[in-house]
Ligand binder design. Structure first.
Ligand code: KIV
Length: 288
């Protein structure tokens, strides 16, 4: 274990996120989609994990986040929950699961919370989601309202572009954040907006604000883990370089290929042995 590694030893909760906002401690958050990685992240002391619908891209190879279903997202979130019981686990509600009617949205969010054990759900919000957020808050669900670039609206956006780059659109994001706070959102997430916009949101609301390419004023920061580890084909400009894990993995995979090709694997230590007497009986029997 490196000297910097401090495993999460107690549960990180919404209150810890709120406290971070007050005391200025920045909260690291990473996307996570499976049990094994969640366990490693908890051991490395990552307090908050986002089971993002970016799983559609990095796990399933789709071009957009739209194809992942609610049952699939629930399975992924439940796996992450099992791997990191102490982390604050935020589950993304996938495209189509909270649209159409408030009642349908509430039902699907409650299924997600009950079946995955997540601490919070994230939804990509427009002004019309105020009623849904209110109903969920009344039901006791912590909602993270995702604003700025909303990948689920790619159909209308016509591509992934940073948001809030004109005074009007920046103002609209700030207005929306205040509306979400009034509706009862527990936290905000700002994706791909200029730092001035997140600074204003931080000033105008009292909620913890997580940034994803949203500058330093945010109370916490999230990235798609695979981008930071060099495992995707393109690292967005706001993502830090956390090492070339792809190179390490490829090295390990080719080592495996080589060891099998040379016969170095499997060696005696990789084989299951029979007790000597059983082995003798078996080998004698095979002579008939
Ligand atoms: O799905 C996801 O990973 C996200 C982050 C990019 C914020 O929503």
């Amino acid at each position: 274990m490196s000297p910097m590694t401090r495993p999460l030893t107690s549960k990180f909760s919404l209150n810890d996120l709120r406290a971070a906002r007050k005391n200025g401690t920045k909260v690291p958050m990473l996307t996570c989609y499976d049990f094994t990685t969640a366990r490693l992240m908890q051991e490395a002391g990552v307090p908050a994990l986002l089971v993002g619908d970016s799983a559609a891209n990095v796990v399933f190879g789709h071009d957009t986040t739209l194809p992942v279903s609610l049952p699939l997202m629930m399975e992924l979130a439940a796996a992450v929950r099992r791997g990191a019981p102490s982390a604050f686990v935020v589950a993304d509600m996938p495209f189509g699961s909270y649209h159409g009617s408030v009642a349908k949205g509430v039902k699907n969010v409650c299924r997600m919370v009950q079946l995955s054990g997540c601490d919070c759900v994230k939804i990509e919000v427009a002004a019309s989601h105020g009623r849904l957020v209110r109903e969920l808050a009344d039901a006791g669900v912590a909602v993270m309202a995702h604003m700025g670039l909303r990948p689920q609206t790619v159909g209308l956006l016509g591509g992934y572009k940073s948001q809030g780059r004109t005074a009007d659109s920046a103002e609209a994001i700030v207005e929306l954040s205040m509306k979400m706070e009034r509706a009862g959102a527990a936290a905000l997430l700002l994706e791909a907006v200029p730092p001035e916009v997140s600074q204003r949101v931080v000033e105008q609301t009292e909620l913890p604000v997580i940034g994803c390419g949203a500058g330093p004023a945010c109370h916490g920061h999230v990235i798609v883990t695979q981008d930071g580890l060099g495992m995707t084909t393109h690292r967005p400009r706001f993502v830090p370089d956390l090492g070339d894990v792809a190179a390490k993995l490829k090295e390990a995979f080719s080592l495996y290929v080589e060891r099998i090709a040379t016969g170095e694997y499997p060696a005696p230590e990789h084989q299951y042995q029979m007790p000597a007497d059983e082995k003798a009986k078996f080998l004698a029997g095979s002579e008939f």
